[in-house]
Design a protein around this ligand. Structure first.
Ligand code: DP6
Length: 321
């Protein structure tokens, strides 16, 4: 019987923001993430007699338009691995939009793992990571648990994730502060494309990331959580500087995003461990320790009662259940 593939979402501490090859999704820089335990996607696929793929998400059949990205992805996989069968895919997302995380990382990682199983492709984790990458860049890293680096590479076969420490014994938690559940106006795909093309700072970003990747790996090895927090916050702010300096300029921030950043700075001034990271959306993720999490959660809720918060811890790589 085919098993269900489960993949967890991840948060990039040193972010991927820009492709040098859009077709293959080859990034300009390496990136480094932490896999999280609370949010995941379960996917099961079966060969169907139908002459087209059938996609179900959370129990609902997706129409042609809704399933276009997934069907295009399946066409790429069929071509890559020389099979012609169509698939019936059943995917359940345990990444509620209300948790402020994008589901493409866990979604495409689970889909890749599920196809690997159903079509007996016998891919190892490196090959699986390459396959997930073709669905969404951030999915490349969701194959592994803990701290994961995506090595940019310069061809299809050299761009994949490597585990840095899959089960780190380190005191870090992530508090997701959900400001808005609206779908973003600028997708990450087009946001990064416009940053690459028009931000005068893009070259500096590439240089910055290569040194921050090295620094964060050293900090992870030493379990230096302060340094991990500092580097992550600086990297996120630098990524958002690319959107502000693009032409035309755009931003994912809303007023409350800046308010949460301010609150986190106030907490830090009081000696509480808290650093922010922000992806392509208005919601803020606060990097905390076990001890600081409830303090940060309460301070933010007291000052901004409209937001919701969710705590996540370090999660595992792909599982088959
Ligand atoms: C800000 O992986 O969603 O979350 O490859 O175009 O699907 P595509 O983009 P996606 O971009 C993620 C951007 C980010 C940073 C990161 O996860 O590294």
């Amino acid at each position: 019987m085919t098993k269900t593939a489960r993949a967890y979402t991840n948060i990039a501490l040193i972010k991927y923001w820009g492709k040098k090859d859009k077709q293959l999704k080859l990034p300009y820089t390496n990136s480094l993430s932490l896999t999280l335990d609370r949010f995941y996607t379960d996917t099961k696929s079966e060969i169907t007699d139908s002459n087209q793929d059938e996609i179900h998400l959370n129990g609902k059949f997706l129409n042609d338009q809704q399933s276009m990205r997934i069907r295009n992805y399946l066409d790429v996989v069929r071509k890559n691995y020389n099979f012609s069968e169509h698939l019936s895919i059943n995917s359940v997302n345990h990444v509620p939009t209300s948790a402020g995380f994008a589901s493409s990382a866990s979604g495409f990682a689970a889909l890749a793992a599920s196809i690997n199983q159903t079509m007996n492709l016998n891919l190892d984790n490196k090959e699986l990571s390459i396959l997930a990458r073709k669905g969404s860049g951030s999915a490349t890293r969701s194959i592994y648990g803990g701290f994961v680096e995506w090595v940019s590479g310069d061809s299809n076969d050299t761009s994949f994730a490597v585990p840095i420490d899959e089960h780190p014994d380190i005191d870090l938690s992530l508090l997701s502060v959900v400001i808005s559940q609206d779908t973003k106006k600028v997708s990450s795909t087009s946001g990064m494309e416009s940053s690459v093309k028009t931000s005068p700072f893009y070259e500096n970003w590439v240089t910055l990331v290569s040194s921050e990747i090295n620094e964060i790996k050293q900090a992870i090895a030493k379990k230096d959580v302060e340094k991990i927090g500092e580097l992550s916050e600086h990297n996120a702010m630098s990524m958002h500087a690319l959107t502000l300096s693009a032409s035309p300029s755009f931003t994912y921030f809303v007023p409350e995003t800046l308010m949460v950043i301010q609150l986190v700075k106030e907490l830090r001034a009081k000696g509480i461990f808290a650093y922010v990271t922000i992806d392509a959306g208005p919601n803020v993720k606060v990097i905390c320790t076990k001890e600081s999490t409830p303090v940060v959660q309460k301070y933010i809720k007291d000052n901004l009662p409209t937001v919701t918060t969710v705590v996540a811890n370090i999660g595992n790589g792909i599982q088959y259940i």
